[in-house]
Design a protein around this ligand. Structure first.
Ligand SMILES: [Zn+2]
Length: 131
């Protein structure tokens, strides 16, 4: 049985770090860091921006628990607990159900004079009852 010898070339790639002395672009301190070639740092260790954790980016902003302030009653008498939260537009409130409490904004809005709207359309038959 013939034997074949495969020569596997050792392909080691050792990346050497070397100390580099530079002036931090932020605090102007002269600092020495071990750096990889071709990637000189701008900042000292104190000033270099922290590595972003990807999971923290997707986490919704910290909010308290859903605390209903009103009943949203439809024309059939069905009641949904909602919480009113001031919207950026003056006089408007987001009407949030427990389900969209953590959503960026609610499609249902309430205005003292204009009443309830859903995506800008008036919501006929719906009333808000203060709890
Ligand atoms: Zn610095």
């Amino acid at each position: 049985m013939p034997t074949k010898t495969f020569v596997i070339r050792a392909h080691t790639r050792t990346v050497h770090t070397k100390p580099l002395t530079f002036t931090c672009a932020k605090c102007n301190q002269v600092t020495t860091r071990d750096v990889y070639p071709g990637n000189p740092p701008k900042y000292c260790l104190k000033c270099s921006p922290p590595k972003k954790r990807s999971e923290s980016d997707t986490r919704p902003p910290e909010r308290g628990n859903f605390e209903p302030t009103h009943n949203l009653v439809d024309s059939t008498g069905k009641v949904t607990l909602v919480a009113l939260e001031a919207a950026p537009e003056k006089g408007w409130f987001f009407v949030r159900t427990a389900l969209d409490w953590f959503a960026g904004e609610s499609i249902i809005k309430y205005h003292k004079k204009k009443g309830l709207t859903n995506r800008g359309e008036p919501m006929a038959g719906f009333v808000l009852e203060s709890l």
